[in-house]
Design a protein around this ligand. Structure first.
Ligand SMILES: Cc1ncc(COP(=O)(O)O)c(C=O)c1O
Length: 463
């Protein structure tokens, strides 16, 4: 751990944090008596906290972001060099890393052609929502403006994104929300018994057909877009069942509905392909991304569109309101694309997509083996190095475990120096899925350590 900070320095940092920092997503009462966790340093898969304790990070910076691990000098050097040359210029102009990263990104996304830079996943989704609404105004007399989103999906923290949020605990107490967002049912096969009319077979097609039912109810001429996560992340690590995606594509084409895939978590490698949607051969109109794009070394988010969408914003150059009148100040920071260029190059140089597929399969098998020893694991699911284990009090009824117990499993892993996650303040009564998303560099030994700690934690909490 960093020897430049003395114990005195560290206690000063802890006190400054306790006195002045408002942490994300957590209740602060416990910090009146105990200290908040401060992460001091990271190397590879490991981080060290203020007590000097080493942890293996099973969730890539807590929220599936530091996909290449910590201490990547190559990225840091590229960012440093770029900052000295030109740190920023407003996005009405271009920059060297902005142009070069857009070219590299588009090379991985056949069928798409335009990159709009901004600085968070929420913001990237807002851009797509605004484009859909503007297209509705320009092309459909304002009518085709509704945006469909799915139960259990999450698209961000702003009021607009929460209006498109399928996780009711995220939205609770923050309403009223924006009009024009309409929910469609989830596609979690493990919980199909909770959905009226769900069939034993061909559940994937049925779940997609539920989207069509909503479109017909709303009126197809009012629906502009459908926004989906390729794998639902914080809503329970949900992989859509066989048959789902082809039907989704078919339905969007049938009703002229734009398909927006939110790759904020899956984008740039997490599932073993560059993008999650690429497992399914579908052709989105919008793809949004953030977290892993620069592996957390700089803030960057992108809203990527097809040329067809882009063309709609330049067809009447005489109309002063015709183009996309949007700006993101920090979308002009060059550190983001500079770090993202190196991130992509490292993934290629180290063949990390292949590693993600191989280690993802290995981890899936290891978690499945855990499920044989612990009846509390009701379902193991995921894709690549993006995995979840849903905990149930009873395998037959599939009643979820009390979320406090799921939280205790995380705490018991932490006590062993292993950081894992759990769905948190997400879907009411469904904060019961353990989450695993180690960096794409993970080895078998890393995975064995994470799984062994989970094994011990489950035994301690559930016996
Ligand atoms: C699928 C998905 N979309 C969007 C977001 C929002 O991203 P950000 O926190 O960068 O605004 C998140 C964040 O967790 C996410 O998981």
């Amino acid at each position: 751990m960093d020897g430049t900070l003395s114990p005195n320095d560290i206690s000063r940092v802890v006190e400054a944090d306790r006195a002045n920092v408002w942490h994300h997503l957590v209740q602060h009462k416990p910090f009146e008596t105990g200290a908040p966790r401060i992460i001091i340093e990271g190397r590879g898969m490991h981080v060290w906290d203020q007590a000097g304790k080493e942890h293996i990070d099973g969730v890539s910076g807590g929220v599936w972001t530091v996909n290449l691990g910590y201490g990547r000098e190559r990225i840091a050097n590229a960012v440093r060099d770029q900052l000295i040359k030109l740190p920023y210029f407003a996005g009405a102009a271009g920059t060297v890393p902005g142009a070069l990263f857009a070219e590299k990104l588009i090379d991985k996304m056949p069928g798409l052609s335009r990159v709009y830079y901004c600085n968070s996943g929420s913001e990237a989704n807002e851009k797509a929502f605004k484009m859909v609404r503007q297209i509705a105004q320009k092309r459909h007399g304002g009518r085709k403006h509704k945006i469909l989103y799915r139960d259990r999906d999450y698209h961000g923290t702003t009021i607009g994104c929460l209006s498109a949020g399928g996780q009711d605990e995220r939205g609770a107490q923050y309403g009223p929300f924006a009009p024009g967002f309409v929910r469609v049912p989830h596609c979690l096969e493990y919980r199909k018994h909770e959905q009226d009319g769900a069939p034993e077979e061909h559940y994937g097609e049925w779940a997609a057909d539920q989207i069509e039912q909503v479109i017909l109810r709303e009126g197809p001429d009012t629906v502009g877009a459908l926004c989906l996560e390729p794998v639902t992340a914080g809503g329970g690590v949900i992989v859509a069942p066989e048959g789902y995606w082809p039907r989704v594509q078919e339905i969007c084409r049938k009703y002229d509905i734009l398909l927006h895939i939110d790759e904020v978590v899956c984008g740039v490698g997490r599932t073993g392909t560059w993008f999650g949607y690429q497992h399914h051969g579908i052709e989105p109109d919008f793809v949004t991304m953030a977290k892993g794009v620069a592996s957390g070394y700089a803030a960057i988010a992108c809203c990527v569109t097809s040329e067809r969408v882009f063309e709609m914003f330049k067809d009447d150059a005489e109309d002063p309101l015709n183009h996309f009148r949007d700006i993101s100040t920090f979308g002009g920071c060059t550190a983001g694309p500079a770090a993202a260029l190196e991130t992509m190059a490292i993934i290629e140089d180290e063949d990390l997509l292949a590693n993600t597929r191989a280690m993802g399969d290995y981890m899936h098998d290891q978690l499945q083996a855990l499920a044989e020893r612990h009846a509390v694991i009701g379902d193991v699911r995921g894709k690549g190095l993006f995995l979840g284990a849903e905990l149930v009090a009873d395998r037959d009824s599939r009643e979820p475990v009390d979320e406090k117990l799921a939280g205790q499993v995380v705490a018991e892993c932490n006590a062993q120096g292993v950081i894992i996650g759990v769905t948190n303040r997400s879907v009411p009564g469904r904060n019961n899925t353990l989450c695993f998303s180690p960096a794409l560099i993970a080895t078998r030994d890393d995975i064995d350590r994470i799984v062994a700690a989970t094994d011990t934690a489950l035994a301690r909490v559930f016996g």
